[in-house]
Design a protein around this ligand. Sequence first.
Ligand code: ADP
Length: 448
Amino acid sequence: MFNKILIANRGEIALRIIRTCREMGIKTVAVYSTADRDSLHVRFADEAVCIGPPASSESYLSIQRIMAAVEITNADAVHPGYGFLAENADFAEVCAEYGIKFIGPTPEQIMKMGDKITAKETMIAAGVPVVPGSGGLLTDVETGLKLAKEIGYPVILKATAGGGGKGMRVVWKDEEFEPAWNTARMEAKASFSNDGIYMEKYIEEPRHIEFQVAGDQYGRVVHLSERDCSIQRRHQKLVEECPSPFMTDELREAMGNAAVKAAEAINYEGVGTIEFLVDKYRNFYFMEMNTRIQVEHPVTEEVIDFDLIKEQIKIAAGEPITGPNRYPTMHAMECRINAEDPNHDFRPSPGRITSFHSSKGHGVRVDTHVYAGYTIPPYYDSMIAKLICRARTREECILKMERALDEFIIEGIKTTVPFHQKLMKDENFRKGNFHTGFLNTFDFKDKE
Ligand code: ADP
């Protein structure tokens, strides 16, 4: 087992990883930018190293500075968390060169799944259903228009290097194609310095249902059931839950098998997520694989009572995965609490938290790095807390979530708490009647 793990991340996930390391008797090193001096991950790690100024490019994304921190602290493994360098094959490669264990898959596996077109080709070869589409990069508007006719509108243009919903445009008819193509390319270029665009059939009113998988260094892969992430705003997840209200035993079996097959196809080592779109007839299509721990992993931890970070570390240390496929025996739901103003188009609301009281009580879990007096820096992701509730049924879970949201006090900044409070009361949400476009028609503004 590792002696000391350096956590190449910040915020709640850095803290989450430190917690498990503590329980496993592993020492921890935090890295931080000058904007994160007062963050809890810095306080709770055994050691902390300042790696640069606020800009991510000069701190959390700087492979050189992180490797320097590894060297001076003598860490023998690196946990990348999510975001930043978590799916950066070069970083995994550099770690390997230095003889440091990267807690995650191999550089080859990251590369195979990081490029969405290559990933889809791998899945087709493995017999996993994928969304019909261009099968490769689009070269120009003319070929795109021709293909859109063949596939049939609506279609969606997507960045091959995509992430976080960026570089995606839905096209409903010929006239819209060229402007959509131009904006998708511009956005992709700006966000990923890669303007490669491909096309897919746009699945109408789909659900986003993903499967958690885990694979070890000996070729064994299991699945740990699903998470329904259909509550999204502009393709970004806001609420996740398990079981999916849309799930049946047969569908779980079929999707679970496909997810295992998908991970086996690349001999996947580590924990990962296979994302699917599911249409209203319960046809499911592979969308992408995330080769890292996800923001929403606590949902799975709660329904199967299992520490996914611990499993990740054990797999990296060469231990075989524990147990068979796992199925939910409880219901869990996560609300992402962001420092954003839901009344003003969810615009970021950084600043000083003057008063903070986190929800508590039976079945309530809060993963956060913030506290009263903490100042949220404007440079990073706006998520400041994850509120996770667990109960025996979905109904009870929603009641618990409503109670927990009412108890959550965050003053000094705007948050998405009022949005979640409204959502929990929505009749269609309560009935489990929703798809990824649900929030487009959902009125969440406070009446003024
Ligand atoms: P990203 O990597 O940017 O998150 P994804 O490929 O995971 O992009 O897609 C994000 C979201 O975009 C999905 O959850 C879904 O809501 C929507 N989406 C993506 N592809 C399609 C499609 N072919 N049809 C309908 N919706 C889609």
